[in-house]
Ligand binder design. Structure first.
Ligand code: NAD
Length: 244
């Protein structure tokens, strides 16, 4: 498959160019960054976009007009934006668009496992670890995991988790996301990791996902490229691609 990379000089784009070039079933035919003409991408069959929320909608519209499949990792998608992409994709028959906020297979599997485990334990808390340059806390992934765990517990009719805390130094028990406690650590030298601790009397299960560098996203991006051409229309998230 001939692939064009949008955002090719960015942190993620450079990884994508490397990963696609190293795969025997793919070829990089265009590397486009801000200000570059997009015409070289017309030689591609699929586009990978890791650019900027301000640029991605125009890149998607352009790619669909040229009949190119799309794997989109750029973040900032609202329900309105997704609805617009769905409409545009429907007007481009046979063309597939995959939009995923997280291409880490480990992170997607962790959320899946956490949903499965959630109803079966009395207590669950999340710890996320990131580099100290990160501006937001807790991380988007931790928020999503907490929301998924809370939804699974609600659906199963689980009682509230035991917690006798009445006197708390603010922050000591972490943030409450849908009733699930999330603790955010910021430590120099780390990239990104997350642990979900499930406990019941006599038993503990800990899920841990450790992202050491941006290459961790590439198996998900390549799986998305292999998948998208055979699946017209808009697909959101890597879960479907991984068969979850
Ligand atoms: N889905 C995921 O798993 C995942 C993982 C990491 C980052 N991201 C997202 O990917 C995006 C890029 O992240 P990054 O860390 O590589 O950022 P970055 O700033 O390092 O790279 C973005 C690149 O896109 C280029 N660009 C901007 N407008 C463009 C346009 N119109 N056409 C082509 N190129 C353009 C920029 O010049 C830059 O080189 C962000 O939205 C980020 O949140 C997603």
């Amino acid at each position: 498959m001939r692939v064009a990379v949008f955002g090719a000089r960015g942190r993620m784009g450079q990884e994508v160019v490397k990963a696609v070039a190293q795969s025997p079933d793919f070829e990089v035919v265009a590397q486009i960054d801000a200000g570059d003409p997009r015409e070289p991408a017309e030689a591609a069959e699929a586009v990978v976009d890791f650019t900027h929320p301000d640029a991605v909608m125009d890149n998607i519209a352009w790619s669909l007009r040229h009949g190119l499949h799309l794997v989109v990792g750029t973040t900032g998608f609202t329900p309105d934006r997704l609805a617009e992409v769905r409409r545009s994709a429907a007007a481009a028959p046979g063309v597939g668009v995959l939009v995923a906020a997280n291409f880490s297979v480990g992170a997607v599997l962790m959320a899946h496992f956490a949903r499965l485990a959630a109803p079966h334990f009395e207590s669950v808390e999340i710890i996320e670890f990131h580099h100290p340059q990160k501006a937001d806390a807790p991380s988007g992934t931790a928020r999503e995991t907490a929301a998924a765990v809370a939804a699974a517990r609600r659906a199963a009719g689980c009682p509230p988790m035991p917690d006798a805390t009445t006197h708390e130094t603010p922050g000591a028990r972490g943030a409450s996301i849908d009733g699930v406690r999330v603790h955010a650590l910021r430590l120099a030298g780390l990239l990104a990791a997350q642990e979900v601790h499930f406990t019941s009397p006599g038993e503990t299960v800990v899920l841990r996902d450790d992202a050491r560098d941006r290459s961790s996203f590439m198996p998900g991006v390549l799986a998305g490229l292999r998948w998208v051409a055979g699946h017209p229309g808009l697909t959101c998230g890597l879960d479907t691609v991984l068969g979850l």
